[in-house]
Design a protein around this ligand. Structure first.
Ligand SMILES: NC(=O)c1ccc[n+]([C@@H]2O[C@H](COP(=O)([O-])OP(=O)(O)OC[C@H]3O[C@@H](n4cnc5c(N)ncnc54)[C@H](O)[C@@H]3O)[C@@H](O)[C@H]2O)c1
Length: 328
């Protein structure tokens, strides 16, 4: 992992919430392998493909790993549980990934989205301030650009939220800005753009497009020109590492993407598949690609993995999981 060691010292004590999720289970081994001490919490409500086993495998060659990784089942909505975790461990920083993702789910159960993504997030900040932990890196989302018609999404040019999930991420950013300043917590919000890679759930009704396209017959709504900035998970892990090392006192909100768009039609071609064509869905944002300038200037992040390579790695992951007889 780049960035983290040089700026913060050899061993950083980090709390990762949502540690057993897709991004969390890729982040935890990277942090441990970089020599840091990681406490992961998760309420295990939306656990991705075999996270415990994958984390264990990824850090098995480090004889210290058992001492450098601790996991507790805890819920960020529960202030008492959070306080127990903070009382039992000392942290230099928190990475907040725990959330309920998926736009359709946020319409099905908006109250749960608000409870976890907003109330839970406020709990994390409150407990951090009580235990005097001064650094937070948190997951925001490209969805905060909402109804903005601009193809390239630039920080500061957000639109109106189109769904409860996007609204919850906008609230996180606003809350981190206000509360972080008032309580001296250095907050870095990372707007992830369509993350994909090993460990992402493929068969849930709320699964993202790449795991669905790889593991089932792709369904395309409309003509397939809908374009997204698909970002490989190891790049996201790097961006989190660099954000932990970000030493300025100001909070920041940054896009984390590749800056390159891939249409759904191109995605199907990359995967050598044939898609089922369905009528266009109203309300889908047509084009969303990250401007990468601010993130590169602020934390020195530049994505390394191009879509063709990322898809190859992701396909290989699902093939090996199926080979192991996992149902994913
Ligand atoms: N994957 C993407 O494309 C993407 C894009 C933009 C933003 N994000 C954000 O990044 C973060 C991580 O995403 P992910 O793809 O790894 O999602 P994920 O669902 O795989 O991981 C989230 C984890 O949080 C846990 N969790 C949910 N509610 C919790 C609670 N109340 N207390 C403790 N743990 C709880 C879940 O069990 C899960 O393990 C989320 O905040 C998500 O909104 C993801």
């Amino acid at each position: 992992m780049r960035g983290l060691q040089e700026s913060v010292g050899l061993r950083v004590k980090v709390l990762v919430t949502g540690a057993m999720g897709f991004i969390g289970s890729n982040l935890v081994p990277a942090l441990v392998r970089a020599g840091h001490v990681v406490t992961g919490i998760d309420n295990l409500v939306n656990v991705s493909v075999e996270p415990f086993e994958r984390i264990r495998r990824a850090i098995a060659d480090d004889p210290q790993w058992a001492d450098n990784f601790y996991f507790a089942k805890a819920d960020i909505r529960n202030e008492f549980e959070l306080k127990q975790v903070f009382a039992n461990h000392e942290f230099d920083a928190v990475v907040n990934l725990a959330a309920l993702g998926s736009v359709p789910r946020s319409f099905q159960t908006p109250q749960k989205t608000v409870e976890t993504n907003e109330f839970g997030f406020a709990n994390v900040l409150k407990v951090m301030s009580e235990f005097k932990v001064g650094r937070l890196v948190y997951a925001s989302s490209s969805s905060v650009y909402g109804d903005s018609q601009k193809h390239v999404k630039i920080e500061g040019e957000e639109g109106r939220a189109l769904n409860p999930y996007a609204l919850s991420k906008q609230m996180n950013e606003a809350f981190a800005g206000i509360y972080g300043r008032a309580k001296q917590i250095n907050c870095v919000g990372l707007r992830f753009f369509n993350v994909y890679g090993p460990g992402q759930l493929p068969f849930s009704e709320f699964s993202a497009v790449i795991p669905k396209f790889i593991n089932t017959t792709p369904k395309i709504f409309g003509d397939g020109s809908t374009t997204r900035d698909f970002t490989f998970v190891s790049d996201v892990v790097d961006a989190i590492g660099l954000s932990l090392a970000f030493s300025e006192n100001e909070s920041a909100v940054l896009n984390v993407g590749t800056g390159t768009g891939t249409s759904l039609k191109q995605l199907v071609m990359h995967l050598s598949k044939t898609a089922e064509q369905l009528p266009e869905r109203l309300g889908d944002v047509r084009y969303s690609v990250a401007s990468t300038t601010l993130c590169e200037r602020t934390i020195g992040f530049k994505a390394k993995i191009e879509i063709a390579e990322g898809l190859k790695l992701t396909k290989a992951f699902y093939e090996s999981e199926l080979h192991r007889g996992k149902t994913c």
